[in-house]
Structures are given as C-alpha cells and as structure tokens.
Design a binder for this molecule. Structure first.
Ligand code: TTP
Ligand code: MG
Length: 660
C-alpha cells in the first residue's frame, strides 16, 4: 500500500470527558479526586483521581478502597454529555476542515487545506513546532515535516479554542494519517499534544502488540485472525495477505489491516454530519405498570427534548426500545425490541426551550401506544430498559432532495430524477470490522431507495390511471384515482395471498389507495424508509372495523410481529394513534390536489407533501410575495443550484419557486 505523506491529520480527544462536564457544572470538584459512576462502575474519573490509582471502568468498591475520599457523581443521564459533544463537534466544523467523529469525545480533522492556505498567505521562513514529538521528526522522502510542524501549531490553536469556548481540555495527535494521529494523541495526556513523522510509526506499533490494539481492528476481526494463529502485529505483518483473506476477511480489508499494522492508512477524514438520530435509554431494576412506563417515558422525553432544543432540527419519526426481562428469560438472551412511527414535526415546536404541554402529552401517549405493541399492559411484565429516539429530521428530508430534486436535479424524459446527496451516499469506514461489506449493502439499499423514489414520483404524476395493473420490469405502477373502482385481483407483495383473497372488495380498494397515498406522502417527505414500509398499506387510515380485522388474523404472522427481529410490523410503523383518527380523515379523498398558490407551478405543487403545501399556502398568504416572473421550477432550463441555495437562505420554502 502506498503511504501518502501529503496530508496532515489531527486527532483530538477530550480529557476525562464526562468528568470534565461534571466539573464544569460543579467547579468545586476540580481539585478533588472525582469519578463518574454508572451503576457499579466508575466509567471515568478526573486526573487527580487517576493520580491516586483510580482508573476508567473500575468497580466502585475497588475505586473506594484505593481512594476513600473519591467523590462520585452519577453519570447515567447522558443528555448533557451528548449536548457538549455536539457543541464541540460543531466548533471544530467551523474551521471548514473535514471533521469525523469517533465516539463522543474524539474527532479527526484533516487540516491539509488550512496548512496550504497558511503557507500561501504567511511568510513561513521559520517554521516552529508546538507540543511534543514522538521519535525523530524527519523524513528523507519529502518535505512533509514542515507541514506536520504547521499542523502542530494549528492543533494547539484548536485545543485553545476548545478551552476558551467550552472550558474543556484535550489531547491531540498530529500525523500524516488517521491511525497514527489517533495512536500518538494518547502518548502525552492530559492537556498536551504529540506529533509523529511517518518513519516513526513502529515506535507506536510495537511488534508484540495485540492486533486488536490497532484502532479499527475490532474484536470480531481479532477473533478471525486469532483462528489463523495471528495474534500480534509481528505475526500480522509477516502473514501473506492470502492467509489473512483465508480467515474470511475480504481482500480489500486484509490489505487495509496489514497496512495499518505498519502505520499506513490512506482512509479519508469523512465529515460525520449531524447524527441521523437522537436518543436516550435508561436501564433499571424493574418497571411493572403502565403508569410507571408513562412516568419513565416523560422523564426520558424531557431529556431528549433538551438535546433536540440544542440540535434545532425537527424529527418526523419517533422510536421506542424496550427490554422485557420475562422475554429475556424466554429466549435466554439479551432481548431488545423496537417500534417506530411517523409523527408530525410540529409537535417539536420549541418556545423558550420547551414544547407545548399538549405536544409532550401527545408524544408520551404515542410512545405508550408503541410500547403497548410489545408489552401487554393487561398482563404482567418486567421492563428493565426503556429507550426513546427521534429520527428522519426535516432537514435531512430536505437534503435528501424531496424538494430540491424538483428544482435542481436534471430531468430525464421530462420526469424529475432523484439525485443522491452527500448525506445519502454510503459511508465507508475502514476502521470498522466489516466496513467494506456494510458499505456495499448501504450502497445497494441507497440505490434501491433512489430508484424506488423516482418510481413514486412518476406514480403520483399519473393521476388519471384507474386500473391497477402489473407494470413491466422497471416500469412505474400507475396510480389509481380516488373514485374509480380498482382491480384488486393482484395481491400486493407484502400480503399473504390467502389473506388477500379473503378480504372484502372495499377493504382491498381502501388498502390499495392507502398504499399509494402513503408512498406519496412519505416519499415526498424524503425520509429514509425501508422498502417494506414504502409499499405497505397505511393501516392507520382504515376504519376501525377493518383495522381490527387486520390486527386480528388477516396479516401473515411474520408481518404482525417478530420479537427477535428489528423489523417492524406495519401497524407500528405507520399508526401514530389510530383512535385519534376522525371519520372524515378516514373517508377523505386520497389524491386531492389543493389550490395552488399564485406564482407556483401547479404540477410541481401538486406533488409536494401535504404539510409543505400547507406551509407554502400560508407563506403565500402572508409576507413572502412570489415575483411576477416565470416561476423557477426544476423544469426550468435556467434552474441553477446556486440560486436555489441562495433562496433557501431566505428561510422560506416559497423561495424555491422564485427567481433569485
Ligand atoms: P474516553 O475518551 O476513553 O475516556 P475519557 O475521555 O474519560 O478519559 P481520557 O482522558 O483518557 O480520554 O471515553 C470518553 C467518555 O466515554 C468517558 O468520559 C466516559 C465514557 N465511557 C463510558 O461510558 N464507558 C467506557 O467504558 C469508557 C472507556 C468511557
Ligand atoms: Mg477522552
């Protein structure tokens, strides 16, 4: 593997992270030996405690024996740690360099570009160094050392910025690649930094180190290698790549691992972006009643809302995870189940840091409904873990292109094409065990998503079709009109044909119409939905009579629930709270096209999700006036990405329609 020297990577690790967050809350703890407790373990401790021999992941009893004056702070609520972690990441992103998160308190930055600019703009005759050096700082092959030195100065500045802005001390490693930057960052801790030249790699990667001590070689890979007698770095370096491959590791990964063992790593620092979901969970000895569940959910929601308020995005999906001790005993293994559902992002409207009490109640109710799909409230249960999370943020939805695609992506045959955005591109992490394989899977599913999305967009265009016919390969399915009768002889793919055959005709029609409506709304929002959820009927819109039929015996057993799989049953995915559906909403026409605001392209408008249409209607009714010029739609030959972005800055989606 070629060992590129042309980059400078900084790895920043916050010192005793949880402990620092706690000490910032209570500065009087700063000089005392202090540990952060989770259950019966000290997960981390400050450096005065470390000086007394207390260590990370030590049992409380042992830590107390070693250091009787140890002050313990409960660290089971992760909300504040997550908030600080996100704030630190955001600050690092402000440098404009790629930043990749690694856990809560570590980040890699590729500062190569900053260095190039500095070298161009500043007179760099006397290049100084900041911090410590591991080995000799020299390179016979190229001029990389100057860049590493400038990198050390920039790393120092970054650490000072974190200190000033967040009152957090950190340690840093500076190297020409990620693996060495991470390893060398731990050489001088805390509150210090170390730089290493490419030629000194083996000072960090000693021959007798276990293979799993290489960042990115996990337990699983370690076990595979061990089966082939490869336990330490010396053996890994000596092993032919074919032998590494033979244990079940792909050729690409085998090359990567062997490269890492020599300190060679060409993997890029990839922008992590904001987390795709935010969530919290709590473990406890036992919860046995619905009331206790509601209380715990209220508490968890309160913590989650703190994170959301800080994050600023609005989710469109909520998810709940539960662990039932009784089921654990049944299957004799750690057993977690999850359910999720779409919710209105308007529930997350913050005012002075809080959402409306009604919204909070509604969310707790919806979590309880979801929980009720895994726990029978009327029977005995024993919950030992509850977790809640939110995902499918509205801004992801926008980035994924549901709106933008209408305006900026190229048209093919007059039909808007979905284009993958940065966010949706598969990520490949060479530091994880099976990254290649997972990246490939993600790529496939992402491609599938996009091809499906295009189909849905096509489907909703053809509102005149009134027969459900099987499309040819690659062809879109026509959409049935709301009033015309539909042929229901073909069973939708996710239904058991036997069950389908026995359903009454009008229920089949309702299910088929809902399938298309669900597709349209969900895809319009652009959220990441599994293939399954995209094509399944939206049972929440069914009349109670039909719902009970479906919930009873009509769905195939696998689709109803599979306790061991993370697959969700159709109702849990799409049914927020069926009892709240009004009769009107059940009988509402599915493909109604509302009045298009003046100045907008009616065709494009008709294809937007309902909530965005509403927003546009209210926008057009109030302040923002569309210009009189021809509306700028994606179909316009003059549509420019730049102008769409500029419009977005004005903070109204109506601007997407206006010429800049
Ligand atoms: P680390 O970076 O490993 O530890 P640290 O930041 O506390 O200390 P150091 O100065 O050595 O970097 O982990 C970051 C946080 O993750 C840590 O503060 C607590 C938490 N953590 C756990 O919850 N469980 C664990 O097993 C470990 C190691 C850490
Ligand atoms: Mg740390």
């Amino acid at each position: 593997m070629e060992d590129r020297h042309d980059r400078v990577i900084v790895h920043i690790d916050l010192d005793c992270f949880y402990a620092q967050v706690e000490m910032n809350k209570k500065p009087e703890l700063r000089d005392k030996p202090m540990g952060v407790q989770q259950k019966n373990i000290v997960v981390t401790c400050n450096y005065p405690a470390r000086a007394r021999g207390v260590g990370k992941c030590m049992y409380i009893t042992e830590a107390r024996e070693i250091c009787p004056e140890l002050v313990l702070v409960n660290g089971e609520d992760l909300a504040e740690y997550r908030r600080v972690s996100t704030a630190v990441y955001s600050s690092l992103c402000e440098t404009g360099s790629p930043v990749e998160r690694l856990g809560m308190d570590e980040n890699w930055l590729d500062i190569t570009k900053i260095i190039q600019v500095r070298r161009r703009e500043q007179n760099m005759t006397d290049i100084s160094l900041s911090g410590k050096v591991c080995g000799e700082l020299e390179c016979e092959e190229c001029e990389c050392i100057d860049n590493l030195k400038i990198g050390s100065v920039i790393a120092q500045e970054l650490r000072m910025m974190l200190k000033d802005k967040h009152n957090l001390s950190s340690s840093a490693g500076i190297a020409h690649n990620k693996v060495l930057a991470k390893l060398v960052g731990g050489v001088n801790k805390p509150d210090d930094q170390t730089v290493i030249a490419p030629g000194s790699a083996l000072l960090l990667l000693k021959h007798d180190l276990r293979v799993t001590s290489i960042p990115g070689v996990g337990r699983k890979t370690g076990e595979l290698l061990s089966a082939a007698g490869i336990e330490n770095l010396e053996q890994l370096r000596a092993a032919p790549v074919e032998d590494v491959e033979a244990v079940g590791i792909s050729r690409v990964q085998a090359d990567v691992i062997k490269g890492l063992s020599w300190g060679r790593d060409n993997s890029e620092v990839k922008m992590s972006g904001r987390p795709a979901s935010l969530g919290l969970e709590d473990r406890f000895l036992g919860i046995y009643t619905k009331e206790e569940c509601a209380e715990k959910l209220r508490w968890l929601l309160g913590r989650l809302l703190l994170l959301l308020a800080e994050d600023g995005r609005k989710p469109t999906t909520i998810k709940i995870t539960v662990r039932d001790y009784y089921k654990d005993k049944l299957v004799k293994k750690f057993h977690k189940e999850s359910r999720q559902t779409k919710v209105s992002p308007r529930l997350f409207q913050f005012e002075n840091g809080s959402i409306k009490p009604d919204s909070e109640t509604s969310l707790v109710d919806q979590f309880l409904v979801l929980l009720g799909k895994m726990i029978d409230y009327s029977d005995s249960f024993h919950i030992t873990l509850l977790g809640i999370a939110v995902t499918d943020f509205v801004d992801q939805v926008e980035k994924k292109g549901s709106i933008k695609n209408f305006f900026i992506s190229p048209k093919k045959d007059g039909i808007p094409q979905s284009v993958p955005t940065e966010l949706s591109k598969p990520k490949k992490n060479l530091f994880s065990d099976d990254s290649e394989e997972r990246a490939q899977k993600r790529k496939q599913s992402s491609e599938e998503d996009f091809s499906k999305k295009s189909k849905v967009e096509i489907m909703v265009k053809d509102t005149n079709a009134n027969l459900l016919v099987n499309p040819g390969p690659g062809e879109p399915k026509p959409v049935p009109s709301t009033s015309a009768p539909i042929s229901c002889s073909t069973c939708p793919p996710e239904y058991d044909p036997e069950v389908w055959k026995n359903l009454p005709e009008d229920l089949k029609q309702e299910l088929i119409r809902n399938t298309y409506t669900t597709d349209k709304v969900l895809m319009g929002k652009g959220s990441k939905i599994s293939t399954e959820s995209k094509s399944k009927p939206n049972c929440s819109k069914l009349s109670p009579e039909y719902k009970s039929k479906l919930n009873g015996s009509n769905l195939s057993p696998e689709s109803r629930s599979d306790p061991n799989s993370s697959k969700l049953s159709p109702e849990s995915r799409s049914e927020p709270n069926s009892s709240k559906l009004s009769p009107e909403s059940i009988s509402k026409p599915m493909l109604e096209i509302p009045v298009c605001p003046k100045g907008l392209d009616p065709e494009v408008f008709a294809q937007l999700p309902e909530d965005i249409r509403k927003e546009l209607l209210s926008d057009s009714a109030s302040a923002v006036k569309p210009k009189k010029t021809t509306p700028q739609t994606k179909s316009s030959k003059n549509a420019k990405k730049g102008s769409a972005t500029k419009s977005k800055e004005k903070n109204s989606i109506l601007n997407y329609f206006n010429r800049s």
